[in-house]
Each structure stands twice: as structure tokens, then as C-alpha cells.
Ligand binder design. Structure first.
Ligand code: DLL
Length: 432
């Protein structure tokens, strides 16, 4: 269902005009209210009135996580705290978290955008939606919650964890939609199978997955185990949270809420814009945020853009699924490796379960790459005799793609830690 056809199907020329007006407003807004942006714009000699076309966005400074950390906690807020009605934060792996704020108007926009994303995935009034994201400082839980309520579907605010309770409710309450990370959905499916749940008999029909990459292999695994259709949605706390982009039922890219976000794709190394269709880093400028607007935020997420009209009728550009981040890249003995490359190799091998952990360590001054993988119970016992041959086969396949030899360790089903939120795929022990 198209939640807001007026904007989602807007003529692109009109959309660009709207974006320009909103960009100009945002630039004036932050120039007047956020010292960080004013200082950077002054340094470059750029005034709000210099933004005369969308291409002029390139005159504006980039923003990255460092700026948000340096101004912790409220330095990037464009409204005083008494006009901020909600605060969220993103934990980050080191140091202080990033703190983001929302005005009443921002919460309304956010709700509209998550309603849009949920509706385009197929959620409708009458659905019973199990929210398995964390409610708390993470934007996932509350962000999607409000959008789903606005659609008029019934939300079950169960939150993350307590897998048995989710399974019990699925059977007893008649849940039709699951909202979670894709890796948690897989875990839930496995726990259900172990407890004898027959998902084909349950009314569950749709998964709204986001917060982490979901490869096509993981998507089909979850779809077949849970007997559902899985839909991907994308967002990040610094820009808003969930609701930035989401797949429609055509599942051919994620429609971006372009009436609220101006997106660019840049070369992550040079910072130069890339032509449409080329893969690069996604950069987002918010166009309607009041409390926490961001100019040219470098997401570090790699994707491509497609502005052609989608079969669903939406004119909003689509971004391809995000499989990797520029800062995910591991440099091992000088070789650049993305976890998604490892995942693609592993998922192509029969008998390997979609749970793995990449462990990087330094031994005798040399980087050591270990890939721990779970194998099926049957495979585990079948290959005991032939373990070494199997390990070698996996190591060779990895080497042909990565250009590097990895130590492959086979572990029993369930041995790799499961997360109720985002899966942890890499353990880098080199700097600990
Ligand atoms: O993960 C917001 C969110 C919550 C989006 C729930 C969708 C659903 P952060 O914790 O700030 O916010 O993490 C943002 O997660 O820059 C991506 O690297 C990654 N990410 C989020 N959604 C996807 C996705 C939320 N669908 C970071 N595919 C982003 C791939 C994703 N990566």
C-alpha cells in the first residue's frame, strides 16, 4: 500500500523543487542555531543564500561521527532542550555515545516515515505486529512502534530478547508481522524449530527487517524457515532512525524518503560525487529535521542509487541493499576484506549454517584470520572423519575470493553467540 501517494509518487521535477526549498530552509536554520555548522560554513565562505540549486549542496561541509562526538551531548542540537521531546542515542563501539534529539514536529515526521516504510512492506490495519527491537535508547523500537500504530495495525510491544515469549505469543495471539533484525529472526526460527513450532501453520506472513545488512541468502533462509516474506528497511540514528528507506513489495531496492532527505553518493576516498548507478558512500542531508538536522552526513554505508520509476508507482529513488560499510573493512596482512565477502562464500556452501564469526588476531607479529562456522548437526557428524578435507574446501573457497588463507574452525550448531539485536560478525583482537 502507498501510504502517502502525494509525496511517494510525486513528479520528480516538483520533488526537486521541494527539496531545494527545504534544503535552503535547513541551511539557514543550522547556520543560525548550530555553532559547529556556522563555523565550518564561515571557514569556507559559504552563506545560506549561496545555496541556489541542489548541486550547491556540494558547497556545504561534510559531517561525520567525530563532529557529533566532539560536541557531545547537545552541541549539535538546533533547538533548546525545552523544545526537545525525545532523546535517543547510538551506542557506538568506543567512547561516548552519539546523542540525538527530536522536537514534537520531528516525532510526527518520523512517525509518518516509519508508517510509510511499514506500509510499503505490506503492513496494514488488522495486522498484529510483534516488535522484537529493543525499546530504549536504540531508535529501532520506538521509531517503528509509532509508525505501525499510525497505520492502525495492532502493535505488541514485546521488545528484544525473551525468545520463548515471542514464540508463545506468535502461536497464541496470532502475530502476522515480525519486526526485528534479520539475524534475530533467524535465531527465533531456529529456536522455534527446536521447540517443535510449525511456522507453516501460524498466521505470521511478513518480516520487517532492518538495523543490519541482510544478504539475499539470509533473506531466503529466514523466509523459508518462518514461511514469510521478508522486507528490508534502512535508517540510522544520526539522521533519524528507521524510516529513512524501505523496500516496497517489488523488493527491487529501498525507496528513500527523498522529500525529507537529500542523498548523494560519493567516492569514500576522494569525497567526490559519483555518477548515478555507481557504488559509493551514502551521504544524507536532512531536509525537515528541527532539533537535530544534519548537513551531508557521511553514513559510511556503501550503496547505489536508482532514480527510475518503480513498478509500484513510487517515484522516490531507490538505494540498493546495504551490504557493507567503508569502516567494516578489515585489513589483514595488507589485504582488504569485507565481512560480507566471507558471508557470501559461506552461504554458498552446503551444510554450513548462516552463523559465523570472523576472528582476527596478531600472532608472532602476523595477522591471523580465523573463520568460525557452524555446521548442521548431520554435517557435523558426517564429516567428522573428513573434517580436514571439509575445512580445506572452505578455506580454498575463501582464499579464491579474499586472496588470503584463513583458518577455518567448525563448531557445533548453537556455538556462536546469538544477539537479540544486531549480530556481531567480527572479533578483532589486534588492538586489545
Ligand atoms: O540501526 C536504525 C534502524 C533501526 C534502522 C531499525 C532500521 C531498523 P543505528 O543503530 O544508528 O540505527 O545504526 C545505523 O546500521 O549506518 C547501517 O550501517 C546499519 N543498518 C541499518 N539498517 C540497515 C539495513 C539503526 N537495512 C547503521 N541494511 C547504518 C544494512 C543497515 N545496514
Amino acid at each position: 500500500m502507498i501510504w502517502n501517494p502525494e509525496y511517494e509518487c510525486m513528479d520528480r521535477a516538483a520533488l526537486k523543487e521541494l527539496q531545494l526549498r527545504r534544503l535552503q530552509m535547513t541551511v539557514s536554520w543550522v547556520y543560525e542555531r548550530v555553532a559547529h555548522y556556522r563555523a565550518l560554513m564561515d571557514e569556507r565562505g559559504v552563506r545560506p543564500r549561496d545555496i541556489r540549486s541542489l548541486a550547491d549542496v556540494s558547497k556545504l561541509p561534510f559531517t561525520d561521527k567525530t563532529a557529533l562526538r566532539d560536541t557531545y551531548p547537545y552541541g549539535m542540537f538546533a533547538l533548546p532542550l525545552d523544545e526537545v521531546v525525545r532523546i535517543h542515542s547510538s551506542s557506538g563501539t568506543t567512547g561516548k555515545p552519539i546523542v540525538v534529539g527530536y522536537s514534537r514536529g520531528d516525532i510526527n515526521t518520523w512517525t509518518e516515515l516509519t508508517a510509510r516504510v511499514a506500509a510499503s512492506a505490506g503492513v496494514h490495519r488488522g495486522d498484529l505486529v510483534d516488535m522484537a527491537f529493543l525499546y530504549g535508547m536504540f531508535t529501532g523500537g520506538w521509531g517503528m512502534h509509532y509508525g505501525i500504530e499510525r497505520i492502525g495495525a495492532t502493535i505488541i510491544p514485546a521488545g528484544s530478547g525473551q525468545t520463548e515469549r515471542h514464540l508463545m505469543m506468535m502461536a497464541d495471539f496470532g502475530t502476522t508481522v515480525l519486526v526485528s533484525t534479520p539475524s534475530y529472526a533467524l535465531y527465533l526460527a531456529e529456536q522455534g524449530e527446536a521447540a517443535g513450532v510449525d511456522f507453516s501453520k501460524l498466521p505470521l506472513r511478513l518480516g520487517l527487517f532492518g538495523g543490519e545488512p541482510c544478504s539475499e541468502a539470509l533473506r531466503s533462509e529466514v523466509e523459508s524457515k518462518l514461511h514469510i516474506r521478508a522486507s528490508d528497511n534502512y535508517g540510522l540514528s544520526e539522521v533519524m532512525g528507521p524510516g529513512v528507506a524501505g523496500e516496497c513489495e517489488c523488493a527491487c531496492g529501498l525507496h528513500i524518503g527523498e522529500d525529507h532527505f537529500l542523498v548523494e553518493i560519493i567516492d569514500p576516498v576522494t569525497g567526490e560525487p559519483l555518477p548515478e548507478g555507481e557504488e559509493g558512500e551514502l551521504v544524507i542531508t536532512t531536509l525537515t529535521k528541527e532539533a537535530f538536522p544534519v548537513l551531508r552526513y557521511r553514513t559510511h554505508d556503501l550503496t547505489t542509487l536508482d532514480q527510475s520509476r518503480c513498478e509500484c508507482g513510487r517515484t522516490l529513488a531507490r538505494m540498493s541493499k546495504v551490504r557493507q560499510r567503508t569502516d567494516d573493512m578489515l585489513i589483514i596482512r595488507g589485504v582488504n576484506i569485507f565481512p560480507s565477502q566471507v558471508e557470501d562464500v559461506l552461504f554458498g556452501i552446503e551444510g554450513i549454517r548462516p552463523h559465523y564469526l570472523i576472528v582476527v588476531d596478531r600472532k608472532k607479529n602476523l595477522d591471523d584470520l580465523e573463520v568460525r562456522i557452524e555446521v548442521d548437526t548431520e554435517t557435523f557428524s558426517d564429516i567428522m572423519a573428513d573434517m580436514v578435507a571439509f575445512q580445506n574446501k572452505v578455506a580454498e573457497k575463501l582464499q579464491s575470493v579474499l586472496g588470503l588463507r584463513a583458518r577455518v574452525t567448525l563448531v557445533e550448531p548453537g556455538a556462536i553467540e546469538r544477539a537479540a539485536g544486531k549480530a556481531r560478525r567480527v572479533l578483532d583482537l589486534r588492538n586489545t
